[in-house]
Design a binder for this molecule. Structure first.
Ligand SMILES: Nc1ncnc2c1ncn2[C@@H]1O[C@H](COP(=O)(O)OP(=O)(O)OP(=O)(O)O)[C@@H](O)[C@H]1O
Length: 347
Protein backbone atom coordinates (compact mmCIF):
# COMPACT_ATOMS: atom_id res chain seq x y z
CA UNK A 1 0.00 0.00 0.00
CA UNK A 2 1.07 3.58 -0.54
CA UNK A 3 1.84 5.22 2.75
CA UNK A 4 1.92 8.66 1.12
CA UNK A 5 0.25 9.64 -2.13
CA UNK A 6 0.27 13.07 -3.69
CA UNK A 7 -2.16 13.68 -6.51
CA UNK A 8 -1.78 16.58 -8.97
CA UNK A 9 -0.19 18.44 -6.08
CA UNK A 10 0.41 22.09 -6.95
CA UNK A 11 1.83 24.99 -4.97
CA UNK A 12 1.92 28.55 -6.24
CA UNK A 13 3.61 31.46 -4.45
CA UNK A 14 2.26 34.55 -6.28
CA UNK A 15 3.67 34.11 -9.81
CA UNK A 16 6.02 31.23 -8.93
CA UNK A 17 4.79 27.70 -9.52
CA UNK A 18 6.93 25.88 -6.95
CA UNK A 19 5.21 22.52 -7.52
CA UNK A 20 3.39 21.80 -10.75
CA UNK A 21 0.66 19.10 -10.67
CA UNK A 22 2.90 16.34 -9.30
CA UNK A 23 1.39 12.87 -8.80
CA UNK A 24 3.60 10.46 -6.90
CA UNK A 25 3.24 7.40 -4.64
CA UNK A 26 5.54 6.61 -1.73
CA UNK A 27 4.93 2.90 -0.94
CA UNK A 28 5.11 1.86 2.73
CA UNK A 29 8.67 1.27 3.92
CA UNK A 30 10.39 2.90 0.95
CA UNK A 31 13.23 5.41 1.19
CA UNK A 32 12.72 8.05 -1.50
CA UNK A 33 15.22 10.82 -2.18
CA UNK A 34 13.88 13.99 -3.80
CA UNK A 35 16.84 15.19 -5.84
CA UNK A 36 17.20 18.28 -7.99
CA UNK A 37 18.81 21.68 -8.38
CA UNK A 38 18.14 24.60 -6.06
CA UNK A 39 14.62 25.98 -6.46
CA UNK A 40 13.13 22.91 -8.21
CA UNK A 41 10.45 22.42 -5.54
CA UNK A 42 11.90 19.68 -3.26
CA UNK A 43 11.38 21.49 0.02
CA UNK A 44 7.94 22.66 -1.06
CA UNK A 45 6.91 19.04 -1.69
CA UNK A 46 8.22 18.02 1.75
CA UNK A 47 6.47 20.92 3.49
CA UNK A 48 3.19 20.03 1.79
CA UNK A 49 3.51 16.41 2.94
CA UNK A 50 4.33 17.58 6.47
CA UNK A 51 1.46 20.08 6.51
CA UNK A 52 3.60 23.23 6.92
CA UNK A 53 2.13 24.50 3.63
CA UNK A 54 -1.34 24.13 2.13
CA UNK A 55 -1.78 22.99 -1.50
CA UNK A 56 -2.96 25.50 -4.11
CA UNK A 57 -4.37 22.50 -5.97
CA UNK A 58 -4.35 18.72 -5.73
CA UNK A 59 -4.17 16.66 -2.55
CA UNK A 60 -2.03 14.67 -0.10
CA UNK A 61 -3.14 11.27 1.25
CA UNK A 62 -1.61 9.14 4.01
CA UNK A 63 -3.01 5.69 3.20
CA UNK A 64 -6.71 6.27 2.46
CA UNK A 65 -6.88 9.34 4.65
CA UNK A 66 -6.98 12.80 3.09
CA UNK A 67 -4.38 15.02 4.78
CA UNK A 68 -4.71 18.11 2.63
CA UNK A 69 -6.45 19.67 -0.31
CA UNK A 70 -7.02 23.38 -0.99
CA UNK A 71 -10.06 23.41 1.34
CA UNK A 72 -8.91 21.28 4.24
CA UNK A 73 -5.63 20.54 6.08
CA UNK A 74 -4.86 18.13 8.87
CA UNK A 75 -2.49 19.94 11.30
CA UNK A 76 1.17 18.81 11.13
CA UNK A 77 1.31 17.69 14.77
CA UNK A 78 -1.50 15.17 14.30
CA UNK A 79 -0.17 13.66 11.04
CA UNK A 80 2.08 11.23 12.94
CA UNK A 81 5.27 12.23 11.13
CA UNK A 82 8.84 12.85 12.22
CA UNK A 83 10.72 15.75 10.60
CA UNK A 84 14.46 16.51 10.65
CA UNK A 85 15.85 19.71 9.13
CA UNK A 86 19.41 20.85 8.47
CA UNK A 87 19.16 23.22 11.41
CA UNK A 88 18.85 20.92 14.38
CA UNK A 89 16.41 23.05 16.42
CA UNK A 90 17.64 21.61 19.72
CA UNK A 91 17.49 23.31 23.12
CA UNK A 92 21.13 24.21 23.82
CA UNK A 93 20.76 24.53 27.60
CA UNK A 94 19.19 21.08 28.01
CA UNK A 95 21.13 17.84 27.99
CA UNK A 96 20.89 15.22 25.25
CA UNK A 97 18.39 13.02 27.09
CA UNK A 98 16.04 15.95 27.83
CA UNK A 99 16.08 17.03 24.19
CA UNK A 100 15.33 13.52 22.96
CA UNK A 101 12.64 12.98 25.62
CA UNK A 102 10.76 16.14 24.67
CA UNK A 103 8.20 14.64 22.22
CA UNK A 104 7.34 11.90 24.76
CA UNK A 105 6.94 14.39 27.62
CA UNK A 106 4.68 16.50 25.43
CA UNK A 107 2.49 13.40 25.03
CA UNK A 108 2.57 12.67 28.80
CA UNK A 109 4.30 9.32 28.42
CA UNK A 110 5.25 7.88 31.86
CA UNK A 111 8.73 8.80 33.15
CA UNK A 112 9.84 5.16 33.51
CA UNK A 113 8.97 4.41 29.89
CA UNK A 114 10.62 7.61 28.65
CA UNK A 115 14.03 6.65 30.06
CA UNK A 116 13.95 3.26 28.31
CA UNK A 117 12.88 4.67 24.95
CA UNK A 118 15.42 7.51 25.06
CA UNK A 119 18.20 5.03 25.86
CA UNK A 120 17.15 2.80 22.98
CA UNK A 121 17.19 5.56 20.33
CA UNK A 122 20.48 7.01 21.59
CA UNK A 123 21.87 3.55 21.06
CA UNK A 124 20.56 3.46 17.48
CA UNK A 125 22.17 6.79 16.56
CA UNK A 126 25.47 5.87 18.20
CA UNK A 127 25.18 8.24 21.19
CA UNK A 128 24.89 5.74 24.03
CA UNK A 129 26.80 7.31 26.92
CA UNK A 130 26.04 10.90 25.81
CA UNK A 131 22.67 11.20 27.61
CA UNK A 132 23.96 13.66 30.22
CA UNK A 133 25.97 15.89 27.84
CA UNK A 134 24.82 19.41 27.16
CA UNK A 135 24.04 20.22 23.50
CA UNK A 136 26.66 23.01 23.58
CA UNK A 137 29.32 20.39 24.24
CA UNK A 138 28.57 18.39 21.09
CA UNK A 139 29.99 18.52 17.54
CA UNK A 140 27.75 19.27 14.55
CA UNK A 141 27.48 15.60 13.64
CA UNK A 142 26.58 14.65 17.21
CA UNK A 143 23.92 17.37 17.31
CA UNK A 144 22.42 16.06 14.10
CA UNK A 145 22.33 12.59 15.68
CA UNK A 146 20.43 14.04 18.66
CA UNK A 147 17.91 15.62 16.27
CA UNK A 148 17.59 12.24 14.58
CA UNK A 149 17.08 10.47 17.93
CA UNK A 150 14.42 12.99 18.92
CA UNK A 151 12.60 12.25 15.67
CA UNK A 152 12.96 8.46 16.07
CA UNK A 153 11.78 8.34 19.69
CA UNK A 154 8.26 9.26 18.60
CA UNK A 155 8.08 6.05 16.50
CA UNK A 156 6.65 7.84 13.46
CA UNK A 157 5.71 5.67 10.47
CA UNK A 158 6.71 8.54 8.16
CA UNK A 159 9.98 10.43 8.51
CA UNK A 160 10.77 13.52 6.43
CA UNK A 161 14.32 14.83 6.08
CA UNK A 162 15.21 18.20 4.57
CA UNK A 163 18.93 18.30 3.71
CA UNK A 164 19.84 16.96 7.16
CA UNK A 165 23.55 16.68 6.32
CA UNK A 166 23.98 20.04 4.59
CA UNK A 167 25.89 21.60 7.50
CA UNK A 168 28.29 18.73 8.07
CA UNK A 169 31.76 18.15 6.63
CA UNK A 170 32.48 15.39 4.13
CA UNK A 171 33.66 12.78 6.67
CA UNK A 172 30.75 13.31 9.01
CA UNK A 173 28.35 13.10 6.09
CA UNK A 174 29.75 9.70 5.16
CA UNK A 175 29.28 8.35 8.67
CA UNK A 176 25.76 9.80 8.85
CA UNK A 177 24.84 8.10 5.57
CA UNK A 178 25.56 4.82 7.37
CA UNK A 179 23.39 5.93 10.31
CA UNK A 180 20.45 6.77 8.02
CA UNK A 181 20.63 3.44 6.20
CA UNK A 182 20.71 1.67 9.53
CA UNK A 183 17.70 3.63 10.81
CA UNK A 184 15.72 2.75 7.72
CA UNK A 185 16.54 -0.94 8.17
CA UNK A 186 15.65 -0.93 11.87
CA UNK A 187 12.47 1.14 11.76
CA UNK A 188 10.99 0.20 8.37
CA UNK A 189 9.60 3.76 8.29
CA UNK A 190 8.57 5.39 5.03
CA UNK A 191 11.25 7.99 4.46
CA UNK A 192 11.27 11.02 2.17
CA UNK A 193 14.67 12.69 2.00
CA UNK A 194 15.36 16.02 0.29
CA UNK A 195 18.84 16.66 -1.05
CA UNK A 196 20.60 18.40 -3.92
CA UNK A 197 23.60 16.07 -3.43
CA UNK A 198 23.34 13.26 -5.94
CA UNK A 199 25.99 11.10 -4.26
CA UNK A 200 23.95 11.19 -1.05
CA UNK A 201 20.72 10.38 -2.89
CA UNK A 202 22.24 7.45 -4.80
CA UNK A 203 23.90 6.04 -1.67
CA UNK A 204 20.89 6.30 0.63
CA UNK A 205 17.63 5.86 -1.18
CA UNK A 206 15.96 2.88 -2.76
CA UNK A 207 14.10 5.25 -5.08
CA UNK A 208 15.26 8.57 -6.43
CA UNK A 209 12.78 11.17 -7.71
CA UNK A 210 14.53 13.70 -9.93
CA UNK A 211 12.83 17.09 -9.91
CA UNK A 212 13.17 20.13 -12.13
CA UNK A 213 11.05 23.30 -12.24
CA UNK A 214 8.28 21.94 -10.04
CA UNK A 215 7.93 18.65 -11.95
CA UNK A 216 9.13 15.11 -11.26
CA UNK A 217 11.06 13.91 -14.31
CA UNK A 218 11.86 10.34 -13.24
CA UNK A 219 11.28 8.07 -10.26
CA UNK A 220 13.42 4.93 -10.24
CA UNK A 221 15.99 2.98 -8.24
CA UNK A 222 19.38 4.75 -8.09
CA UNK A 223 21.04 2.34 -10.54
CA UNK A 224 18.31 2.93 -13.11
CA UNK A 225 18.41 6.71 -12.80
CA UNK A 226 22.17 6.48 -13.39
CA UNK A 227 22.15 3.87 -16.18
CA UNK A 228 18.98 4.86 -18.00
CA UNK A 229 18.04 8.50 -17.37
CA UNK A 230 14.59 9.37 -18.68
CA UNK A 231 15.65 12.58 -20.41
CA UNK A 232 18.57 14.92 -21.03
CA UNK A 233 17.96 16.93 -17.83
CA UNK A 234 18.25 13.81 -15.66
CA UNK A 235 21.27 12.66 -17.70
CA UNK A 236 22.94 16.01 -17.10
CA UNK A 237 22.12 16.13 -13.40
CA UNK A 238 23.05 12.62 -12.25
CA UNK A 239 26.62 11.41 -12.51
CA UNK A 240 29.37 12.44 -14.89
CA UNK A 241 29.07 11.81 -18.59
CA UNK A 242 28.66 13.26 -22.04
CA UNK A 243 25.52 13.58 -24.12
CA UNK A 244 26.35 13.44 -27.84
CA UNK A 245 24.22 13.61 -30.96
CA UNK A 246 24.25 10.43 -33.04
CA UNK A 247 22.25 8.64 -35.72
CA UNK A 248 20.26 5.51 -34.88
CA UNK A 249 20.66 3.05 -37.76
CA UNK A 250 18.10 0.66 -36.31
CA UNK A 251 16.41 -0.08 -32.98
CA UNK A 252 14.94 -3.15 -31.32
CA UNK A 253 13.11 -3.18 -27.97
CA UNK A 254 16.27 -2.95 -25.83
CA UNK A 255 19.14 -1.86 -28.06
CA UNK A 256 20.08 0.25 -31.04
CA UNK A 257 22.90 0.36 -33.53
CA UNK A 258 24.07 3.92 -33.63
CA UNK A 259 26.55 5.93 -35.62
CA UNK A 260 28.66 8.47 -33.71
CA UNK A 261 30.94 10.53 -35.94
CA UNK A 262 31.11 7.70 -38.51
CA UNK A 263 31.78 5.03 -35.89
CA UNK A 264 29.33 2.19 -35.13
CA UNK A 265 28.33 1.52 -31.49
CA UNK A 266 25.72 -0.75 -29.90
CA UNK A 267 23.73 1.20 -27.32
CA UNK A 268 21.04 0.28 -24.81
CA UNK A 269 17.72 1.77 -25.81
CA UNK A 270 14.07 1.82 -24.79
CA UNK A 271 13.06 1.54 -28.47
CA UNK A 272 12.36 4.27 -30.98
CA UNK A 273 12.79 5.25 -34.59
CA UNK A 274 15.85 5.42 -36.78
CA UNK A 275 17.30 8.90 -37.17
CA UNK A 276 18.86 11.55 -34.95
CA UNK A 277 19.20 10.58 -31.26
CA UNK A 278 21.01 11.82 -28.15
CA UNK A 279 23.30 9.29 -26.52
CA UNK A 280 24.72 9.27 -22.98
CA UNK A 281 28.30 8.03 -22.63
CA UNK A 282 29.65 7.56 -19.08
CA UNK A 283 33.42 7.79 -18.47
CA UNK A 284 33.59 4.24 -17.08
CA UNK A 285 32.25 2.87 -20.40
CA UNK A 286 34.98 4.59 -22.42
CA UNK A 287 38.67 3.79 -22.72
CA UNK A 288 41.53 4.79 -24.93
CA UNK A 289 42.22 2.09 -27.54
CA UNK A 290 44.05 1.47 -30.79
CA UNK A 291 40.75 1.63 -32.67
CA UNK A 292 37.48 3.41 -32.01
CA UNK A 293 36.00 6.89 -32.07
CA UNK A 294 38.64 9.36 -33.27
CA UNK A 295 39.04 12.37 -30.93
CA UNK A 296 41.38 15.20 -29.95
CA UNK A 297 42.42 16.01 -26.37
CA UNK A 298 41.03 19.37 -25.20
CA UNK A 299 42.30 19.19 -21.63
CA UNK A 300 43.45 16.73 -19.00
CA UNK A 301 42.94 17.39 -15.28
CA UNK A 302 44.22 15.21 -12.45
CA UNK A 303 41.29 14.29 -10.20
CA UNK A 304 43.03 11.58 -8.14
CA UNK A 305 43.27 8.65 -8.79
CA UNK A 306 42.65 9.32 -12.51
CA UNK A 307 43.06 12.10 -15.03
CA UNK A 308 39.74 13.41 -16.29
CA UNK A 309 40.21 14.07 -19.98
CA UNK A 310 37.92 16.16 -22.17
CA UNK A 311 37.97 15.16 -25.82
CA UNK A 312 36.60 16.83 -28.96
CA UNK A 313 34.88 14.57 -31.48
CA UNK A 314 35.29 15.38 -35.17
CA UNK A 315 31.70 16.67 -35.27
CA UNK A 316 30.95 20.27 -34.43
CA UNK A 317 31.25 21.06 -30.69
CA UNK A 318 30.68 17.50 -29.48
CA UNK A 319 32.72 16.52 -26.44
CA UNK A 320 33.47 13.33 -24.52
CA UNK A 321 34.67 12.90 -20.95
CA UNK A 322 36.94 9.95 -20.19
CA UNK A 323 39.13 8.87 -17.29
CA UNK A 324 42.73 8.01 -18.06
CA UNK A 325 45.45 6.53 -15.85
CA UNK A 326 47.98 8.86 -17.53
CA UNK A 327 47.93 12.56 -18.27
CA UNK A 328 47.37 13.36 -21.95
CA UNK A 329 48.78 16.28 -23.96
CA UNK A 330 46.44 18.92 -25.30
CA UNK A 331 45.98 18.40 -29.04
CA UNK A 332 46.93 14.71 -28.90
CA UNK A 333 44.97 12.48 -31.30
CA UNK A 334 43.41 9.38 -29.66
CA UNK A 335 40.81 6.68 -30.28
CA UNK A 336 38.08 5.74 -27.82
CA UNK A 337 36.48 2.30 -27.46
CA UNK A 338 32.87 2.40 -26.24
CA UNK A 339 31.60 -0.51 -24.11
CA UNK A 340 28.23 0.93 -23.06
CA UNK A 341 25.93 3.73 -24.18
CA UNK A 342 22.31 4.77 -23.55
CA UNK A 343 19.95 6.27 -26.12
CA UNK A 344 18.10 8.98 -24.16
CA UNK A 345 14.34 8.52 -24.77
CA UNK A 346 12.61 11.20 -26.82
CA UNK A 347 15.71 13.38 -27.10
N1 LIG B 1 7.39 30.99 1.02
C1 LIG B 1 7.70 31.23 -0.27
N2 LIG B 1 7.32 32.39 -0.87
C2 LIG B 1 7.61 32.63 -2.17
N3 LIG B 1 8.29 31.77 -2.97
C3 LIG B 1 8.69 30.60 -2.43
C4 LIG B 1 8.42 30.27 -1.06
N4 LIG B 1 8.96 29.05 -0.81
C5 LIG B 1 9.53 28.65 -1.96
N5 LIG B 1 9.36 29.56 -2.94
C6 LIG B 1 9.83 29.44 -4.34
O1 LIG B 1 9.38 28.20 -4.85
C7 LIG B 1 10.40 27.58 -5.64
C8 LIG B 1 10.72 26.22 -5.07
O2 LIG B 1 11.37 26.38 -3.81
P1 LIG B 1 11.85 25.15 -2.92
O3 LIG B 1 12.34 25.71 -1.63
O4 LIG B 1 10.79 24.13 -2.87
O5 LIG B 1 13.07 24.60 -3.78
P2 LIG B 1 14.18 23.53 -3.40
O6 LIG B 1 14.25 22.59 -4.56
O7 LIG B 1 13.92 22.95 -2.07
O8 LIG B 1 15.48 24.43 -3.38
P3 LIG B 1 16.78 24.41 -2.39
O9 LIG B 1 17.55 23.17 -2.76
O10 LIG B 1 17.48 25.66 -2.77
O11 LIG B 1 16.26 24.39 -0.99
C9 LIG B 1 11.55 28.55 -5.67
O12 LIG B 1 11.47 29.32 -6.84
C10 LIG B 1 11.34 29.40 -4.43
O13 LIG B 1 11.89 30.68 -4.62
Amino acid sequence: MSEIRVDRLTKRFNDTVALDAVSLDFPAGTFTALLGPSGCGKTTMLRLIAGFEAPSDGCVFFGDELMADPQRQVAPEVRGIGVVFQSYALWPHMDVAANVAYPLKARHVKAGEIAGRVGAVLDIVGLAGFAGRRIEELSGGQRQRVALARCLVADARIILFDEPLANLDMHLRASMVEAFRDIHRRTGATIVYVTHDQAEALALADRVAIMSQGKVLQVAPPQEVYRAPADTIVAGFVGRGSVVTATAVDHDATSARIDIAGHRVIARSAGGDAGAVKVLLRPEALRLAAEGLPATVLDSIYRGPVHEVRLALPVSRQELLIDSADALAIGQQVHVAVSDAWVIPGA
